[in-house]
Design a protein around this ligand. Structure first.
Ligand SMILES: C[S@@+](CC[C@H](N)C(=O)[O-])C[C@H]1O[C@@H](n2cnc3c(N)ncnc32)[C@H](O)[C@@H]1O
Length: 272
């Protein structure tokens, strides 16, 4: 099993509005009117979990995540919400790969998480579907599918250009070139015989990012984290400067000052 290094909620939240957009969109696609139990799987900093608790005023929620840093941030948001909402949310430290809940859920929601989970996604999705309560309950998932885009391809290219011996670069390359997200059809086939309805679609967002080296800064809060953590300090500096340069060429700032960052995401909505 591969363990993901620690998360930095502050860096992740630098682009919170853009990162939140697909989660809010996915949440709006869920037609449930009054779910009693909801799991936000890989809840991260809890922004979405709190919104789920706001939308369904009687739901009891489980926010599960393997990052203590993210969970602390999620719990810390309690001051921004009514006490009754906080009382309905249980935050739990746990790993999706070994998670086996006691109860069943009306909704399992998972936004931007499963691409971090290095177990075969077919049994994983079927296992998650088995944690749903029964007819009418839903599995709602979103994962990035932009591994072939410059932002991600240039990570591997910049690592190789360092000319390092294999043992110094291989751990970083393993993270850079991991491919744990399946083809969309296989998600359909994984769920088709356990769900009454399976909808799968892809949306490409065009995020206008502000500031210097914004694509680098975005990725530093997500995909780049384990890559940087796997490099020695000197190698990390050299890699960062070479990768930043390549990104500037691939994503030049527009005349308005914004850098346009296209980002494709796969959505899965399965209803039992
Ligand atoms: C990109 S963040 C998304 C957080 C949140 N769902 C959101 O939409 O803002 C990915 C989260 O997945 C969590 N994660 C990754 N692998 C996990 C695993 N195996 N078990 C539980 N959580 C995991 C990370 O700790 C991180 O908080």
């Amino acid at each position: 099993m591969t363990h993901t290094p620690t998360w930095d909620p502050g860096q992740y939240q630098r682009f919170a509005t853009s990162r939140l957009r697909p989660a809010l969109y996915l949440l709006r696609q869920v037609a449930l009117t009054d779910p009693a139990t909801v799991c936000d799987l890989g809840c991260g900093d809890g922004r979405v979990t709190w919104l789920i608790a706001e939308r369904w005023a009687r739901a009891r929620l489980l926010g599960l995540d393997s990052s203590s840093e993210m969970l602390d941030d999620a719990r810390g948001r309690a001051a921004e919400h009514p006490a009754e909402r906080a009382a309905r949310i249980e935050w739990r430290h746990g790993d999706i790969r070994t998670w086996c809940p006691n109860g069943r859920f009306d909704l399992i929601f998972s936004n931007a998480v499963l691409h971090w989970v290095d177990e075969s996604h077919t049994p994983l999705l079927r296992r998650l579907a088995s944690y749903l309560r029964g007819a009418g309950s839903c599995l709602a998932i979103q994962v990035p599918v932009n591994w072939d885009q410059s932002s991600h391809r240039l990570i591997g290219e910049s690592l190789r250009a360092l000319g390092l011996p294999d043992d110094r670069v291989a751990p970083a390359l393993r993270w850079a070139e991991r491919d744990w997200v399946n083809h969309r059809d296989s998600y359909y086939h994984a769920l088709a015989d356990v769900a009454a309805d399976v909808e799968i679609w892809t949306t490409e967002y065009l995020h206008p990012l502000a500031g210097a080296d914004p694509v680098f800064e975005w990725l530093k809060g997500s995909a780049l984290r384990p890559v940087l953590a796997a490099l020695q300090p000197d190698d990390r500096e050299r890699f960062s400067s070479s990768y930043r340069k390549r990104l500037r060429e691939a994503y030049p700032p527009t005349p308005t000052g914004a850098t346009l960052f296209p980002f494709r995401r796969l959505f899965i909505l399965a209803t039992l």
